[in-house]
Design a protein around this ligand. Structure first.
Ligand SMILES: C[S@@+](CC[C@H](N)C(=O)[O-])C[C@H]1O[C@@H](n2cnc3c(N)ncnc32)[C@H](O)[C@@H]1O
Length: 225
């Protein structure tokens, strides 16, 4: 099997694109392991670990590593988060799960990140929680992108070692995304605002804390798009 036979989804392709060249990568929560397999097949990454906590996805990882003939370059690891991260790893990717789970994985084994210079993160939600963790733990946001696939907006974040303080709005919307304000950004937040306005319409008590909270959120979005 070659790279030509491996078709990444739009979201995984965007994640693939931001992984730096010539690194040893650990993909945590790898499942099908398509990301590390594509990275070694193209030569973008020299070696990779595909790490899984659950037996089922781990078996899919092992199967795909064999199917694409990359067992000399990609090692399957059955492990919880970063707990067995090897010292040669300098890029960690954690994608396709909730932002709170990503933060939990990072935070429980922070010390393991000493040799890691780049994090590539793809939270499905709670992106703000991820950015707050990065800011508080010596990672600077280097790149962000919104990918629209199957009616869902995915934010991907690349962070490198460094210290930078972000404003509340930057943490919520993403410092790079907010600066660029591209079409996908406007679409994502216009959709979200319209959804919130519909929810507000169905609340009778316009003085309730719930209504006021949603109103604040709508104003925050309007101020930034
Ligand atoms: C939806 S899949 C995402 C697969 C792939 N990373 C992607 O973006 O397409 C999430 C995977 O994370 C794994 N996972 C959840 N918690 C984990 C942990 N603490 N350590 C390693 N893997 C974990 C799950 O077993 C699941 O296979």
């Amino acid at each position: 099997m070659t790279i030509d036979s491996l078709k990444l989804s739009k979201r995984l392709q965007a994640i693939y694109d931001i992984v730096p060249q010539s690194n040893v990568l650990a993909d945590i929560g790898s499942d099908h392991a398509l990301l590390p397999i594509a990275l070694v097949l193209s030569g973008k990454v020299t070696r990779a670990y595909a790490s899984e906590i659950n037996e089922g996805p781990y078996e899919a990882t092992v199967k795909n590593i064999a199917k694409y003939g990359v067992s000399n370059y990609v090692s399957a690891v059955l492990s919880d988060g970063l707990s067995n991260l090897e010292k040669d790893v300098n890029t960690v990717s954690i994608c396709g799960m909730g932002g709170s789970l990503i933060v939990d994985i990072l935070d429980r084994n922070k010390a393991k990140l000493d040799n890691v210079d780049t994090l590539v993160l793809g939270p499905n939600n709670n992106e703000e929680t991820v950015r707050i963790w990065l800011m508080n733990n010596g990672f600077e946001i280097a790149f962000e992108k919104i990918v629209e696939e199957d009616g869902h907006f995915y934010e991907i974040i690349k962070a490198c070692k460094g210290f930078k303080a972000y404003t509340r709005d930057e943490l919520f919307f993403g410092p790079v995304l907010l600066r660029e304000k591209n079409e996908a950004f406007i679409r994502k937040w216009s959709n979200q605002r319209d959804h919130l306005l519909k929810v507000m319409n169905n609340i009778n008590d316009k003085k309730s804390s719930n209504y006021c909270m949603l109103e604040l959120m709508v104003n925050l979005i309007n101020k930034n798009i």
